[in-house]
Design a protein around this ligand. Structure first.
Ligand code: NAG
Ligand code: NAG
Length: 350
């Protein structure tokens, strides 16, 4: 019996079935596209919906030697078919090997020694800035893809980002009883940030926590810092896109207004709305910044304007190693790379 010619089936059902099938294929298609990195909905639709390939991704070392539970990418990013492992027995069949730079940078001897399977991709992974990354030249001509906080990496793994809220919300500014805070771990007297602080403290009081200052246990950090109007989110070195958890976690999750020192304002504005932070470059002098902070302290309406963006955006709560690995798997499934050998890694990453 020819289904579509059967007069007993009312036309509305045919239309309904047709729409249902259409809906399903659209859903499937957009799902597959979303799991890729650069697929555009404008690209011609494939005749058949492709299945994301099953990938084994081997993490060569635990970053900085710290183990963590490897979470499922289906749970973290909603993508199927990613097998992420740190067990080196998988090396001969792994589709990709992620190598965390710090753990192997002493010598190429720490890289996989066995022959590389022909289609296996090696991914150079590093979230540290060039100032604190040694021996990059030893990694030249060995890797196929890069993975870092830099936007121009093959796999972009930033320290944080903003997400759009499903619905706008009313913003409330947490109760503020203190003015400026800074938490510092690496104290390098000749660094820009320490020199800037030494000058700033002549004009405005800054509570300093961390190395050789008041202790601040991780657990209490958000609670303590949220009492401050401003937080000095000063990066340890200045490099394009190097915007770290000092901004994302320490300043923004604690709901204080970040005063940033790092790459230029234009670079920050790729990540944050212009009116959400204060940049030290906004002021020709250090004293100018101090005066501005004191003015904002006296003007609650103006201060509150730095929270306006929070009515429709929110910083991501956490980025984890697992999440970075899953982002790599998603990118590999998207399969949109020009495969290559990254020859001049050390020329690029500096
Ligand atoms: C936000 O504030 C407005 C005005 O005060 C109020 O009408 C509205 O219900 C509030 N919305 C939410 C989500 O609380
Ligand atoms: C990956 O890089 C290696 C080392 O240079 C090279 O031999 C291999 O052909 C590259 N693989 C791909 C798929 O481009």
């Amino acid at each position: 019996m020819d289904f579509f010619r059967d007069r007993n089936i009312p036309a509305t059902w045919l239309v309904f079935t047709f729409l249902l099938l259409q809906g399903l294929s659209v859903m499937l298609f957009s799902y597959v596209c979303n799991s890729g990195t650069t697929s555009s909905p404008l690209q011609p639709q494939p005749a058949q919906v492709p299945r994301a390939p099953n990938l084994t991704v081997l993490l060569w070392t635990w970053p900085f030697g710290g183990r963590f539970p490897i979470e499922k990418c289906s749970e973290l990013l909603g993508i199927p078919n990613c097998h992420i492992t740190a067990n080196r027995l998988w090396y001969p069949v792994a589709d990709a090997v992620i190598v965390h730079h710090f753990d192997v940078c002493k010598s190429p001897r720490f890289l996989p020694r066995r022959p590389r399977p022909p289609s296996q991709l090696w991914i150079w992974f590093n979230l540290e800035p060039p100032t604190y990354t040694r021996n990059v030249h030893l990694m030249d001509n060995r890797f196929n893809l890069t993975m870092s906080y830099r936007r121009d990496s093959d796999i972009f793994t930033p320290y944080g980002w903003l997400e759009v809220l499903p619905e706008p919300r009313n913003v409330t500014v947490p109760l503020k009883t203190k003015l400026v805070a800074w938490v510092v771990s690496k104290w390098n007297p000749s660094s820009l940030r320490v020199r800037y602080y030494q000058e700033l403290k002549k004009y405005i009081h800054v509570d300093v926590y961390g190395y050789q200052h008041s202790p601040l246990p991780q657990k209490k950090q958000i609670k303590v810092l949220s009492q401050y109007k401003f937080y000095l989110a000063f990066e340890n070195s200045v490099h394009e896109d190097y915007i770290t958890e000092k901004l994302w976690k320490t300043a923004l999750l604690a709901e204080t207004v970040p005063v940033v020192c790092g790459p230029p304002r234009k670079n920050y504005e790729l990540y944050l709305p212009p009116g959400s932070f204060i940049h030290i470059d906004d002021f020709p002098t250090v004293q100018g910044l101090a005066l501005f902070l004191q003015e904002l302290d006296q003007n609650s309406e103006r201060y509150k304007s730095y929270f306006q963006w929070r009515s429709w955006l929110t910083p991501v709560k956490t980025t984890t190693w697992s999440l970075h690995l899953c982002r790599a798997c998603r990118a590999l499934q998207g399969n949109s790379f020009r495969y290559q050998t990254v020859s001049a890694l050390s020329k690029w990453f500096r």
